[in-house]
Design a protein around this ligand. Structure first.
Ligand code: SF4
Ligand code: SF4
Length: 192
C-alpha cells in the first residue's frame, strides 16, 4: 500500500517538474491557432445555410399547379404538444386547394413553438414542413405569430439545396424594407 503511494507521489513530482499538464494545454492551444478559422461574419457578410434536416420556420407547400396542399384537417394542431397551431377550416370550391376543405386560418405562435417537428410528421398531405428560416427575432410581439399567407411564400433557401455550408450575404429590397439574404448564386461556399 505504502509502495503504491510512494510511486504515485514520485510520478506526480516528475509531472510537476516537467510541466507535463501545462505542455498538454499549450499543445491544444497551439493546435487551434494553426487550424483553419471557423469564425462566421454573420449577419451582414456571411450566412449559414442549414442542412435539410434543420427545423426552422414552418412553411406551407403547394402542389405543382400552385394549389395549396393543406386540407385543413387540423392534425398538426392536434399533434402539437404546446397547442401553438390554430387551424380554422372552411369549404371553398374555387380550386384554391387540392380539396374543397381549405384553411380559412392557419397560424402558429412561435413564442410557444419549440420546433419539435411533430406537426410536420402528422401532416397527411405533406403540406407542412419546418423550413430553414432561422432569423426569427423581432421587436413586435405580433410578428411572432405567423399566418398562412406569409407561410405560403417560398423561403429563401429552396428544398433542392442540400445545405451545411456558409455563403456570402447580399442586400435585397423587399416591400418590408432592405433585407440581408444569402447569395445562393455565389459559388464560393465553405463548410461549417
Ligand atoms: S414544431 Fe412542435 S411545438 Fe412547434 S408547432 Fe410543430 S408540433 Fe408544435
Ligand atoms: S398542414 Fe397538414 S396537418 Fe395541418 S391542417 Fe393542413 S393538411 Fe392538416
Amino acid at each position: 500500500m505504502s509502495d503504491n503511494k510512494n510511486s504515485f507521489n514520485l510520478m506526480d513530482m516528475i509531472k510537476r517538474v516537467l510541466f507535463t499538464d501545462f505542455m498538454k494545454g499549450l499543445t491544444i492551444t497551439l493546435g487551434y491557432n494553426l487550424s483553419k478559422s471557423i469564425t462566421l461574419k454573420y449577419p451582414d457578410e456571411e450566412k449559414w445555410i442549414p442542412h435539410r434536416r434543420w427545423r426552422g420556420l414552418h412553411t406551407l407547400n403547394r402542389d405543382a399547379s400552385g394549389k395549396e396542399l393543406c386540407v385543413a384537417c387540423e392534425l398538426c394542431s392536434k399533434a402539437c404538444p404546446t397547442g401553438c397551431i390554430t387551424v380554422i377550416p372552411m369549404e371553398d370550391d374555387t380550386g384554391r386547394g387540392i380539396a374543397d376543405r381549405v384553411a380559412k386560418v392557419w397560424k402558429v405562435d412561435l413564442v410557444r413553438c419549440f420546433f419539435c417537428g411533430y406537426c410536420e410528421d402528422a401532416c397527411p398531405t405533406r403540406a407542412l414542413r419546418l423550413g430553414r428560416e432561422y432569423e426569427l427575432a423581432c421587436t413586435d410581439s405580433k410578428c411572432t405569430v405567423k399566418e398562412r399567407e406569409e407561410l405560403l411564400k417560398p423561403q429563401s433557401v429552396p428544398e433542392s439545396i442540400e445545405g451545411g455550408f456558409i455563403v456570402k450575404a447580399k442586400f435585397e429590397k423587399t416591400p418590408e424594407g432592405i433585407k440581408v439574404v444569402p447569395d445562393l448564386s455565389n459559388s464560393k461556399k465553405r463548410a461549417w
